[in-house]
Design a protein. Structure first.
Length: 150
């Protein structure tokens, strides 16, 4: 069972700084796709809007109502998402999930900022909140690609 010092490490200054400075906050006026994800365990929620061109994210916005860890993860996603394709997003999601659940390595650039969330691996009840933004981005990208091909 994690102790008090582990909780202090979990909510490090870097996590709190990321949570306080989330890029692309808000909503897009005319997104190609919009996805809301919610963690049933803690109630955290993230809504992602995006547009694409040439198979890459060109515009991105997110409405984040989450704990500090979910906010920090949304900040990393928001910093890295523009210019990514679906494969980039799915790889980042899968690497983040493996880092949290299996002690896997830190996700590759441009998502290496997820490294600050490594201490959360011992807090399984926080994993869903941490994954919300990147999961919503993957789902929105899939929807946008489908509508772009229609």
């Amino acid at each position: 069972m994690p102790g008090e010092n582990d909780l202090i490490n979990l909510y490090s200054g870097r996590i709190l700084a990321l949570a306080a400075d989330i890029p692309h906050l808000g909503r897009l006026d005319s997104p190609m796709a919009s996805v809301k994800k919610r963690s049933p365990l803690c109630g955290s929620a993230v809504t992602v809007d995006l547009t694409i061109a040439g198979g890459q994210v060109t515009e991105f916005a997110q409405d984040v109502k989450a704990c500090a860890l979910g906010q920090a993860a949304a900040a990393v996603t928001g910093t890295a998402v523009i210019g990514c394709n679906l494969s980039d997003l799915e790889t980042a999601r899968d690497q983040l999930r493996a880092m949290l659940k299996d002690g896997g390595p830190v996700p590759a650039d441009p998502f290496a900022g997820f490294e600050y969330l490594q201490p959360a691996k011992d807090y399984k009840n926080r994993h869903a909140s941490i994954l919300l933004s990147i999961e919503a981005a993957c789902e929105a990208m899939t929807q946008a690609l489908q509508s772009d091909c229609a």
